[in-house]
Design a protein. Structure first.
Length: 453
């Protein structure tokens, strides 16, 4: 498989929807908008949105301020299934659609869900992960910018604890040790009508705004920031391996690739001329990526809340992207990046391209696996294999650093062993994608047609 890298507008959809009972919209709404950075190569910038719509027609989005109860940022009206916000003293209006299920669609795409402030705080851990800059995600561009992570735990009986981490990240690493980490002692808490009082064991106290969405997977809006449930990663039993075996020697690239091809599909790898991939991100965004190796073309389409929000197409040495209603040519740096795609993943194991991989070098890993490093157009790529010669990861360069990809949930599709789960790490930025389907050699010309809004 060769993934088509792209940049796109990500918006977080969080589930557990509340049925709409009337046009009454007063209350607190929260959600997250992920927007594309202006930097070359894309990158994602997070914006947490929390609105307090009062019964008197005023609102505030400054839930981090101590006076959030009385702070007024402007007024709102409800008209034609929309909430129109007018900011005081500014020539600014924003419109949020009222969805039939009771939540708002910020800017027509980002779901803002109704939250409560008069019930018991749900027990469990909740984590905020934020940052901004260029890179990360499926763009294949390393995250560059700031990163912070905060986690708070409530036991449901009045006791809390939390920890935090922050750093500056560039080209896949931290800049000059620019990071801080803290684990607070915690203490007790009281909560009433949207106000959270924290009393630490060391005697310190702090006051915060807190709202939460009820349901199977509740999330919090703490001081205007969205905290998602912090769940331990579920073990994938299907990927459990036997204890690591010691590798008696480092194989040559040719020896390694011969064994790997046998595991990944053999001659079936050589039969792939086109591939169509349907996948979703962790927030449920729908993505279609397809590649035609013979004509050297690729297409990516992404939908958020059912709406087409991003398209990227290339053929040969040129291409274009469509984003936020604008169609622009792909940059030379982007095109250079796309030329690497046929040499990554199982696509690189095709007999027409494997000669390039055989010119690389092999090193052994501590757990008995292998790393194959090789050059394409002067850039270093890496494929990572486990002790059973199965492809489990890759590393690829981007405009600003290195992106590492971990693969899991393998299944055979038309004789080829393919991953149905990928986790991409670019510095401190981590993104997970789940594949729902692969179509091999089933694309026709109509599948390459794009009807832009």
């Amino acid at each position: 498989m060769s993934k088509i890298s792209f940049v796109a507008l990500f918006v977080v959809s969080l589930g557990g929807l509340v049925a709409c009972q009337s046009q009454s919209v007063e209350g607190v709404y929260g959600g997250v908008e992920m927007s594309v950075s202006a930097m070359v190569g894309g990158g994602m910038q997070r914006s947490d949105i929390v609105l307090y719509l009062r019964p008197d027609g005023t609102f505030t989005d400054a839930l981090h301020k101590p006076d959030w109860r009385t702070d007024v940022k402007g007024t709102y009206v409800v008209k034609n299934q929309e909430v129109v916000l007018t900011y005081a003293g500014k020539e600014r209006k924003t419109t949020h659609e009222i969805h039939p299920k009771g939540y708002l669609l910020a800017y027509g795409q980002s779901p803002l869900f109704p939250m409560v402030m008069d019930k018991k705080v749900p027990a469990g851990g909740f984590k905020y992960t934020g940052g901004s800059g260029g890179g990360g995600g499926l763009s294949g561009i390393t995250y560059v910018g700031s990163f912070s992570q905060r986690t708070i735990y409530f036991d449901g009986k009045g006791t809390f604890s939390h920890k935090r981490f922050s750093s500056t990240v560039v080209a896949g690493g931290q800049v000059g040790g620019g990071s801080t980490r803290g684990d607070d002692q915690g203490g007790t808490y009281e909560y009433k009508n949207g106000v959270l009082q924290l009393k630490y064991r060391n005697g310190q106290q702090s006051t915060h705004s807190l709202f939460f969405m009820e349901g199977k997977d509740p999330f919090l809006a703490l001081d205007g920031y969205i905290y998602m449930p912090d769940k331990p990663e579920e073990a994938d039993q299907s990927q459990t391996k036997s204890e690591a075996k010691q590798v008696p020697k480092v194989l040559s690239p040719a020896e390694l690739l011969t064994k790997v091809r046998e595991v990944q599909g053999g001659d079936a790898l050589d039969a792939i001329s086109t591939i169509h991939i349907q996948l979703k991100d962790a927030q449920g965004r729908e993505i279609v990526a397809q590649t035609d190796y013979e004509r050297q073309r690729g297409l990516v389409k992404m939908r958020a809340a059912g709406q087409l929000v991003y398209v990227e197409y290339y053929e040969g040495n040129s291409g274009w992207q469509w984003l936020q209603g604008k169609k622009t040519p792909l940059t030379p740096a982007r095109m250079k990046e796309l030329t690497l795609a046929p040499y990554l993943g199982v696509a690189g194991l095709n007999r027409e391209r494997i000669a390039t991989l055989r010119k690389g070098t092999v090193s052994a890993t501590e757990d008995g696996g292998y790393v194959l490093s090789y050059q394409v157009n002067g850039q270093t790529l890496k494929l990572i294999f486990d002790q059973d010669f199965q492809l489990v990861g890759e590393e690829k360069p981007s405009a600003s650093g290195t992106v590492a990809v971990a693969m899991s949930r393998f299944k055979k599709v038309d004789g080829v062993l393919l991953p149905f789960n990928e986790k991409q790490t670019a510095g401190s930025q981590k993104v997970e994608f789940r594949v729902s389907d692969y179509l091999i050699n089933q694309l026709g010309e109509k599948d390459w047609e794009v009807n832009l809004p």
